[in-house]
Ligand binder design. Structure first.
Ligand SMILES: Cc1cc2nc3c(=O)[nH]c(=O)nc-3n(C[C@H](O)[C@H](O)[C@H](O)COP(=O)(O)O)c2cc1C
Length: 413
Protein backbone atom coordinates (compact mmCIF):
# COMPACT_ATOMS: atom_id res chain seq x y z
CA UNK A 1 0.00 0.00 0.00
CA UNK A 2 2.63 2.51 1.02
CA UNK A 3 5.11 3.92 -1.41
CA UNK A 4 7.82 6.45 -0.85
CA UNK A 5 7.25 9.94 -2.15
CA UNK A 6 10.38 11.60 -0.81
CA UNK A 7 12.72 8.65 -0.35
CA UNK A 8 14.06 8.35 3.14
CA UNK A 9 11.60 10.64 4.84
CA UNK A 10 8.11 10.28 3.55
CA UNK A 11 6.08 7.19 4.14
CA UNK A 12 3.45 8.05 1.64
CA UNK A 13 0.41 6.30 0.28
CA UNK A 14 0.30 8.70 -2.63
CA UNK A 15 0.87 12.34 -3.31
CA UNK A 16 -2.01 14.42 -1.96
CA UNK A 17 -4.14 16.50 -4.30
CA UNK A 18 -7.14 18.65 -3.63
CA UNK A 19 -9.99 16.55 -4.96
CA UNK A 20 -13.19 15.12 -3.65
CA UNK A 21 -14.02 11.44 -3.66
CA UNK A 22 -17.00 9.46 -2.59
CA UNK A 23 -17.03 6.57 -0.14
CA UNK A 24 -17.74 2.92 -0.74
CA UNK A 25 -18.10 0.08 1.70
CA UNK A 26 -15.87 -2.94 2.13
CA UNK A 27 -17.09 -6.50 1.99
CA UNK A 28 -14.36 -7.66 4.35
CA UNK A 29 -14.99 -5.35 7.26
CA UNK A 30 -18.24 -5.13 9.15
CA UNK A 31 -18.13 -1.42 9.85
CA UNK A 32 -16.73 1.50 7.93
CA UNK A 33 -16.27 5.14 8.72
CA UNK A 34 -17.10 6.86 5.45
CA UNK A 35 -15.00 9.80 4.42
CA UNK A 36 -16.47 11.74 1.59
CA UNK A 37 -14.04 14.54 0.93
CA UNK A 38 -10.29 14.88 1.06
CA UNK A 39 -9.21 17.44 3.63
CA UNK A 40 -7.31 20.43 2.32
CA UNK A 41 -4.02 19.73 4.04
CA UNK A 42 -0.66 18.92 2.53
CA UNK A 43 2.29 16.95 3.79
CA UNK A 44 3.59 17.86 7.19
CA UNK A 45 7.03 19.45 7.11
CA UNK A 46 9.15 18.96 10.20
CA UNK A 47 12.58 20.34 9.39
CA UNK A 48 13.82 18.31 6.45
CA UNK A 49 11.20 15.59 6.99
CA UNK A 50 8.08 15.55 4.90
CA UNK A 51 5.34 13.36 6.23
CA UNK A 52 2.25 12.24 4.40
CA UNK A 53 -0.37 11.84 5.65
CA UNK A 54 0.21 14.50 8.32
CA UNK A 55 -0.07 12.00 11.14
CA UNK A 56 2.21 11.51 14.13
CA UNK A 57 2.10 8.61 16.56
CA UNK A 58 1.89 10.19 20.02
CA UNK A 59 4.72 9.27 22.35
CA UNK A 60 3.29 6.92 24.98
CA UNK A 61 5.56 5.71 27.76
CA UNK A 62 5.55 1.93 28.03
CA UNK A 63 3.77 1.59 24.68
CA UNK A 64 5.51 3.24 21.74
CA UNK A 65 8.64 1.13 21.81
CA UNK A 66 10.33 0.01 18.61
CA UNK A 67 8.11 -3.09 18.08
CA UNK A 68 4.92 -1.06 18.46
CA UNK A 69 6.21 1.69 16.17
CA UNK A 70 7.13 -0.92 13.62
CA UNK A 71 3.73 -2.56 13.80
CA UNK A 72 1.94 0.77 13.36
CA UNK A 73 4.26 1.69 10.49
CA UNK A 74 3.46 -1.61 8.80
CA UNK A 75 -0.21 -0.63 8.77
CA UNK A 76 0.10 2.99 7.72
CA UNK A 77 2.30 5.97 7.17
CA UNK A 78 3.35 8.98 9.16
CA UNK A 79 5.90 9.87 11.80
CA UNK A 80 6.29 7.41 14.68
CA UNK A 81 7.77 8.88 17.86
CA UNK A 82 9.45 6.72 20.49
CA UNK A 83 8.42 6.48 24.09
CA UNK A 84 9.79 9.19 26.31
CA UNK A 85 13.29 8.99 27.71
CA UNK A 86 14.93 11.03 30.43
CA UNK A 87 17.57 13.61 29.52
CA UNK A 88 19.29 13.14 32.87
CA UNK A 89 19.25 9.35 32.51
CA UNK A 90 20.92 9.72 29.15
CA UNK A 91 23.57 12.17 30.32
CA UNK A 92 24.32 10.04 33.38
CA UNK A 93 24.64 7.00 31.13
CA UNK A 94 21.92 4.82 32.68
CA UNK A 95 21.56 1.47 30.93
CA UNK A 96 17.78 1.56 31.16
CA UNK A 97 17.61 4.93 29.42
CA UNK A 98 19.88 3.74 26.63
CA UNK A 99 17.77 0.58 26.26
CA UNK A 100 14.61 2.68 25.94
CA UNK A 101 16.30 4.87 23.36
CA UNK A 102 17.06 2.01 20.97
CA UNK A 103 15.72 2.30 17.44
CA UNK A 104 14.73 -0.56 15.18
CA UNK A 105 17.35 -1.52 12.55
CA UNK A 106 15.41 -0.05 9.63
CA UNK A 107 13.65 2.71 11.45
CA UNK A 108 13.44 6.00 9.59
CA UNK A 109 13.21 8.73 10.54
CA UNK A 110 14.57 7.96 13.99
CA UNK A 111 12.20 9.97 16.13
CA UNK A 112 12.46 10.15 19.91
CA UNK A 113 10.84 11.99 22.78
CA UNK A 114 12.95 13.51 25.52
CA UNK A 115 12.00 14.80 28.96
CA UNK A 116 13.98 17.21 31.08
CA UNK A 117 13.89 20.52 32.91
CA UNK A 118 17.51 21.62 33.04
CA UNK A 119 18.79 23.58 30.03
CA UNK A 120 22.36 22.31 30.07
CA UNK A 121 21.35 18.68 30.69
CA UNK A 122 18.82 18.92 27.87
CA UNK A 123 21.38 20.38 25.49
CA UNK A 124 23.86 17.61 26.26
CA UNK A 125 21.19 14.89 26.05
CA UNK A 126 20.11 16.09 22.62
CA UNK A 127 23.72 16.19 21.43
CA UNK A 128 24.09 12.55 22.51
CA UNK A 129 20.82 11.51 20.95
CA UNK A 130 21.85 12.99 17.65
CA UNK A 131 25.57 12.23 17.78
CA UNK A 132 25.60 8.77 19.38
CA UNK A 133 22.18 7.32 18.65
CA UNK A 134 21.48 8.90 15.28
CA UNK A 135 18.20 10.56 16.22
CA UNK A 136 16.68 12.43 13.29
CA UNK A 137 13.84 14.11 15.17
CA UNK A 138 13.65 15.02 18.84
CA UNK A 139 10.35 15.85 20.53
CA UNK A 140 10.39 17.56 23.93
CA UNK A 141 7.72 16.58 26.43
CA UNK A 142 6.12 19.46 28.33
CA UNK A 143 2.80 17.76 28.93
CA UNK A 144 3.22 15.39 31.83
CA UNK A 145 0.58 16.01 34.54
CA UNK A 146 1.88 13.61 37.21
CA UNK A 147 2.22 15.02 40.71
CA UNK A 148 5.68 13.57 41.16
CA UNK A 149 7.10 16.13 38.72
CA UNK A 150 4.64 19.05 38.81
CA UNK A 151 5.20 19.41 42.54
CA UNK A 152 8.80 20.26 41.67
CA UNK A 153 7.72 22.52 38.81
CA UNK A 154 8.48 19.97 36.07
CA UNK A 155 6.35 18.33 33.38
CA UNK A 156 3.35 20.38 32.31
CA UNK A 157 4.10 22.98 35.01
CA UNK A 158 7.44 24.00 33.51
CA UNK A 159 6.14 26.28 30.70
CA UNK A 160 4.73 28.55 33.43
CA UNK A 161 8.35 29.52 34.10
CA UNK A 162 8.68 30.97 30.65
CA UNK A 163 12.36 32.04 30.83
CA UNK A 164 13.36 28.57 32.01
CA UNK A 165 11.16 27.00 29.32
CA UNK A 166 12.83 29.21 26.73
CA UNK A 167 16.30 28.15 27.93
CA UNK A 168 15.42 24.44 27.92
CA UNK A 169 14.00 24.60 24.41
CA UNK A 170 16.81 26.82 23.13
CA UNK A 171 19.56 24.53 24.45
CA UNK A 172 17.83 21.52 22.91
CA UNK A 173 17.49 23.23 19.53
CA UNK A 174 21.14 24.28 19.56
CA UNK A 175 22.24 20.83 20.72
CA UNK A 176 20.38 19.22 17.83
CA UNK A 177 22.10 21.23 15.10
CA UNK A 178 20.29 20.48 11.83
CA UNK A 179 18.04 17.84 13.39
CA UNK A 180 14.53 19.20 14.00
CA UNK A 181 13.28 19.61 17.54
CA UNK A 182 9.56 19.85 18.32
CA UNK A 183 7.67 20.53 21.53
CA UNK A 184 4.56 18.84 22.88
CA UNK A 185 2.49 20.97 25.23
CA UNK A 186 -0.68 20.88 27.24
CA UNK A 187 -2.90 23.96 27.44
CA UNK A 188 -1.50 24.80 30.84
CA UNK A 189 -1.70 23.81 34.45
CA UNK A 190 -5.38 24.68 34.90
CA UNK A 191 -7.78 27.23 33.45
CA UNK A 192 -6.32 29.99 35.64
CA UNK A 193 -2.80 29.18 34.51
CA UNK A 194 -2.86 28.62 30.76
CA UNK A 195 0.56 28.57 29.15
CA UNK A 196 0.24 27.17 25.65
CA UNK A 197 0.07 30.40 23.64
CA UNK A 198 3.14 31.85 25.35
CA UNK A 199 4.96 28.54 25.21
CA UNK A 200 4.09 27.98 21.55
CA UNK A 201 5.40 31.36 20.47
CA UNK A 202 8.50 31.13 22.68
CA UNK A 203 9.32 27.71 21.23
CA UNK A 204 8.75 29.03 17.71
CA UNK A 205 11.18 31.90 18.36
CA UNK A 206 13.76 29.45 19.75
CA UNK A 207 13.73 27.57 16.46
CA UNK A 208 11.56 24.50 16.97
CA UNK A 209 10.29 22.79 13.85
CA UNK A 210 6.71 22.25 15.05
CA UNK A 211 4.50 22.71 18.10
CA UNK A 212 2.03 20.04 19.21
CA UNK A 213 -0.81 20.64 21.65
CA UNK A 214 -2.68 18.07 23.72
CA UNK A 215 -5.74 20.25 24.15
CA UNK A 216 -6.32 19.65 27.84
CA UNK A 217 -4.86 21.22 30.96
CA UNK A 218 -2.82 19.19 33.41
CA UNK A 219 -5.74 19.50 35.83
CA UNK A 220 -8.00 17.78 33.31
CA UNK A 221 -5.47 14.93 32.97
CA UNK A 222 -7.37 12.69 30.51
CA UNK A 223 -10.93 13.56 31.53
CA UNK A 224 -13.65 15.34 29.59
CA UNK A 225 -13.20 16.29 25.98
CA UNK A 226 -10.07 17.74 24.42
CA UNK A 227 -10.73 21.42 23.69
CA UNK A 228 -9.94 21.69 20.04
CA UNK A 229 -10.65 25.42 20.00
CA UNK A 230 -7.30 25.80 21.80
CA UNK A 231 -5.61 24.11 18.84
CA UNK A 232 -7.18 26.71 16.55
CA UNK A 233 -5.99 29.48 18.88
CA UNK A 234 -2.44 28.08 18.84
CA UNK A 235 -2.54 27.84 15.06
CA UNK A 236 -3.42 31.54 14.95
CA UNK A 237 -0.54 32.40 17.29
CA UNK A 238 2.21 30.21 15.84
CA UNK A 239 2.59 31.20 12.23
CA UNK A 240 5.99 30.09 10.96
CA UNK A 241 6.08 26.37 11.87
CA UNK A 242 3.46 23.62 11.77
CA UNK A 243 0.97 23.28 14.60
CA UNK A 244 -0.13 19.75 15.45
CA UNK A 245 -3.40 18.97 17.19
CA UNK A 246 -3.75 16.21 19.73
CA UNK A 247 -6.59 14.82 21.79
CA UNK A 248 -9.49 12.46 21.23
CA UNK A 249 -8.84 11.14 17.76
CA UNK A 250 -10.58 7.78 18.09
CA UNK A 251 -11.40 7.21 14.44
CA UNK A 252 -9.77 8.45 11.27
CA UNK A 253 -12.65 10.78 10.57
CA UNK A 254 -11.89 12.56 13.87
CA UNK A 255 -8.46 13.46 12.48
CA UNK A 256 -9.97 14.90 9.34
CA UNK A 257 -12.48 16.83 11.42
CA UNK A 258 -9.72 18.17 13.69
CA UNK A 259 -7.84 19.53 10.69
CA UNK A 260 -11.00 21.05 9.23
CA UNK A 261 -12.17 22.60 12.49
CA UNK A 262 -8.85 23.94 13.80
CA UNK A 263 -6.75 24.54 10.69
CA UNK A 264 -3.91 22.53 12.26
CA UNK A 265 -1.18 21.21 10.00
CA UNK A 266 -1.23 17.66 11.30
CA UNK A 267 -2.53 15.42 14.01
CA UNK A 268 -0.96 13.44 16.84
CA UNK A 269 -2.74 10.17 17.60
CA UNK A 270 -2.40 8.44 20.95
CA UNK A 271 -4.97 6.29 22.71
CA UNK A 272 -7.03 5.72 19.56
CA UNK A 273 -4.35 3.35 18.23
CA UNK A 274 -4.00 1.28 21.41
CA UNK A 275 -4.94 -2.20 20.29
CA UNK A 276 -5.75 -0.75 16.87
CA UNK A 277 -2.57 -0.36 14.79
CA UNK A 278 -4.76 -0.46 11.68
CA UNK A 279 -5.96 3.02 12.63
CA UNK A 280 -2.90 4.23 10.71
CA UNK A 281 -4.23 2.58 7.55
CA UNK A 282 -7.57 4.27 8.19
CA UNK A 283 -5.77 7.59 8.55
CA UNK A 284 -3.99 7.20 5.22
CA UNK A 285 -7.33 6.44 3.60
CA UNK A 286 -9.15 9.27 5.33
CA UNK A 287 -6.56 11.87 4.37
CA UNK A 288 -6.86 10.68 0.79
CA UNK A 289 -10.63 10.85 0.84
CA UNK A 290 -11.13 7.09 0.72
CA UNK A 291 -13.34 5.06 3.08
CA UNK A 292 -11.68 4.29 6.39
CA UNK A 293 -12.32 0.83 7.77
CA UNK A 294 -12.16 0.68 11.48
CA UNK A 295 -13.60 -2.55 12.82
CA UNK A 296 -11.90 -5.76 11.70
CA UNK A 297 -13.34 -9.09 12.84
CA UNK A 298 -11.61 -10.99 15.64
CA UNK A 299 -9.57 -13.00 13.12
CA UNK A 300 -7.66 -9.89 12.05
CA UNK A 301 -7.35 -8.69 15.62
CA UNK A 302 -5.87 -12.04 16.63
CA UNK A 303 -3.35 -11.89 13.79
CA UNK A 304 -2.28 -8.40 14.89
CA UNK A 305 -1.95 -9.54 18.51
CA UNK A 306 0.22 -12.50 17.51
CA UNK A 307 2.35 -10.25 15.32
CA UNK A 308 2.71 -7.70 18.13
CA UNK A 309 3.60 -10.39 20.70
CA UNK A 310 6.24 -11.89 18.39
CA UNK A 311 7.80 -8.48 17.76
CA UNK A 312 7.91 -7.72 21.50
CA UNK A 313 9.49 -11.10 22.27
CA UNK A 314 12.10 -10.64 19.55
CA UNK A 315 12.92 -7.17 20.81
CA UNK A 316 12.93 -7.69 24.58
CA UNK A 317 13.42 -11.44 24.88
CA UNK A 318 10.49 -13.74 25.55
CA UNK A 319 10.10 -13.22 29.31
CA UNK A 320 9.80 -9.42 29.06
CA UNK A 321 7.99 -9.48 25.72
CA UNK A 322 5.24 -11.75 26.94
CA UNK A 323 4.76 -9.59 30.03
CA UNK A 324 4.61 -6.48 27.86
CA UNK A 325 1.87 -7.81 25.54
CA UNK A 326 -0.44 -8.29 28.55
CA UNK A 327 -1.26 -4.60 28.83
CA UNK A 328 -2.36 -4.64 25.18
CA UNK A 329 -4.80 -7.57 25.44
CA UNK A 330 -7.67 -5.51 26.85
CA UNK A 331 -7.16 -2.79 24.26
CA UNK A 332 -7.15 -5.21 21.33
CA UNK A 333 -10.29 -6.98 22.50
CA UNK A 334 -12.14 -3.90 23.75
CA UNK A 335 -15.78 -4.13 22.71
CA UNK A 336 -15.53 -7.60 21.12
CA UNK A 337 -17.93 -10.11 22.71
CA UNK A 338 -15.31 -12.75 23.46
CA UNK A 339 -15.91 -13.06 27.21
CA UNK A 340 -13.72 -12.56 30.26
CA UNK A 341 -12.30 -16.10 30.33
CA UNK A 342 -10.58 -15.75 26.97
CA UNK A 343 -9.11 -12.41 28.02
CA UNK A 344 -7.85 -13.83 31.29
CA UNK A 345 -6.29 -16.87 29.62
CA UNK A 346 -4.36 -14.57 27.28
CA UNK A 347 -3.11 -12.37 30.09
CA UNK A 348 -2.01 -15.46 32.00
CA UNK A 349 -0.03 -16.99 29.12
CA UNK A 350 3.62 -17.08 30.08
CA UNK A 351 5.22 -18.11 26.81
CA UNK A 352 4.78 -16.89 23.27
CA UNK A 353 3.61 -20.33 22.19
CA UNK A 354 0.94 -20.43 24.87
CA UNK A 355 -0.20 -16.92 23.93
CA UNK A 356 -0.50 -17.77 20.24
CA UNK A 357 -2.23 -21.10 20.99
CA UNK A 358 -4.78 -19.35 23.18
CA UNK A 359 -5.38 -16.74 20.49
CA UNK A 360 -6.25 -19.70 18.24
CA UNK A 361 -9.14 -20.59 20.56
CA UNK A 362 -10.96 -17.35 19.75
CA UNK A 363 -13.75 -17.40 17.16
CA UNK A 364 -12.27 -15.49 14.22
CA UNK A 365 -15.68 -14.60 12.80
CA UNK A 366 -16.81 -12.51 15.77
CA UNK A 367 -17.35 -8.88 14.80
CA UNK A 368 -17.29 -5.62 16.71
CA UNK A 369 -20.79 -4.41 17.59
CA UNK A 370 -21.56 -1.09 15.92
CA UNK A 371 -22.08 0.53 19.33
CA UNK A 372 -18.46 -0.25 20.27
CA UNK A 373 -16.85 1.40 17.24
CA UNK A 374 -14.74 4.41 18.14
CA UNK A 375 -15.26 4.22 21.90
CA UNK A 376 -12.56 5.90 24.02
CA UNK A 377 -9.84 3.60 25.33
CA UNK A 378 -6.76 3.94 27.52
CA UNK A 379 -6.38 6.57 30.26
CA UNK A 380 -9.58 8.43 31.16
CA UNK A 381 -8.69 9.63 34.65
CA UNK A 382 -9.08 13.14 36.02
CA UNK A 383 -9.77 15.90 36.72
CA UNK A 384 -7.48 16.32 39.69
CA UNK A 385 -5.81 19.33 41.27
CA UNK A 386 -2.23 19.98 40.23
CA UNK A 387 0.40 20.49 42.90
CA UNK A 388 3.18 22.98 42.20
CA UNK A 389 6.00 24.16 44.49
CA UNK A 390 5.38 26.84 47.08
CA UNK A 391 5.64 30.31 45.47
CA UNK A 392 5.73 28.85 41.95
CA UNK A 393 3.18 31.33 40.56
CA UNK A 394 5.02 34.43 41.71
CA UNK A 395 7.77 34.95 39.17
CA UNK A 396 7.12 33.61 35.70
CA UNK A 397 10.47 34.97 34.56
CA UNK A 398 12.63 33.19 37.12
CA UNK A 399 15.13 31.27 34.96
CA UNK A 400 16.56 29.13 37.80
CA UNK A 401 16.59 25.39 37.01
CA UNK A 402 14.20 23.39 39.16
CA UNK A 403 16.57 20.76 40.52
CA UNK A 404 17.10 17.06 40.00
CA UNK A 405 13.75 15.96 41.47
CA UNK A 406 11.84 17.74 38.69
CA UNK A 407 13.77 15.67 36.16
CA UNK A 408 12.77 12.36 37.69
CA UNK A 409 10.03 11.43 35.28
CA UNK A 410 9.81 7.81 34.37
CA UNK A 411 6.44 7.57 32.72
CA UNK A 412 3.71 9.31 30.92
CA UNK A 413 2.51 12.61 29.54
C1 LIG B 1 -0.21 5.14 28.29
C2 LIG B 1 0.11 6.57 27.90
C3 LIG B 1 1.40 7.02 28.01
C4 LIG B 1 1.70 8.33 27.64
N1 LIG B 1 2.99 8.75 27.70
C5 LIG B 1 3.33 9.96 27.19
C6 LIG B 1 4.68 10.37 27.10
O1 LIG B 1 5.60 9.65 27.51
N2 LIG B 1 4.94 11.59 26.56
C7 LIG B 1 3.94 12.43 26.13
O2 LIG B 1 4.22 13.53 25.65
N3 LIG B 1 2.66 12.07 26.22
C8 LIG B 1 2.33 10.86 26.73
N4 LIG B 1 1.02 10.47 26.76
C9 LIG B 1 0.00 11.40 26.24
C10 LIG B 1 -0.23 11.15 24.76
O3 LIG B 1 0.94 11.36 24.00
C11 LIG B 1 -1.36 12.06 24.24
O4 LIG B 1 -0.94 13.40 24.37
C12 LIG B 1 -2.66 11.89 25.00
O5 LIG B 1 -2.95 10.53 25.17
C13 LIG B 1 -3.81 12.59 24.26
O6 LIG B 1 -3.94 12.11 22.96
P1 LIG B 1 -5.05 11.01 22.57
O7 LIG B 1 -6.38 11.55 22.97
O8 LIG B 1 -4.87 10.81 21.10
O9 LIG B 1 -4.73 9.81 23.40
C14 LIG B 1 0.68 9.19 27.16
C15 LIG B 1 -0.62 8.72 27.07
C16 LIG B 1 -0.92 7.43 27.44
C17 LIG B 1 -2.33 6.96 27.30
Amino acid sequence: MAESWHPGWVMSASRPAATTTSSTTSSTTPTTTPVTSRPSVGPLRIGSHEVWPPVVLAPMAGVTNAPFRDLCRAHGAGLYVSEMISSRGLVEGHDKTYRLARFGPDETPRSIQLYGTDPSVMGEAVRRLVGELGAEHVDLNFGCPVRKVTRHGGGSALPWRRKLFQAVVGEAVRGAGPVPVTVKLRMGIDDEHLTYLDAGTIAEAEGVAAVALHARTAEQAYSGRARWDAIAALKAAVTSVPVLGNGDIWLARDAVRMVAETGCDGVVVGRGCLGRPWLFADLVAAFEGRPAHSAPPVGEVVDAMADHARRLCEWHGEATGIRDIRKHVGWYLQGYPVGPVARRRLVEADTLDAFVTRLGDLDRSVTLPAAAVGLPRGHQHGPRPVTVPEGFWLDRDDPTPLGVAADALTSGG
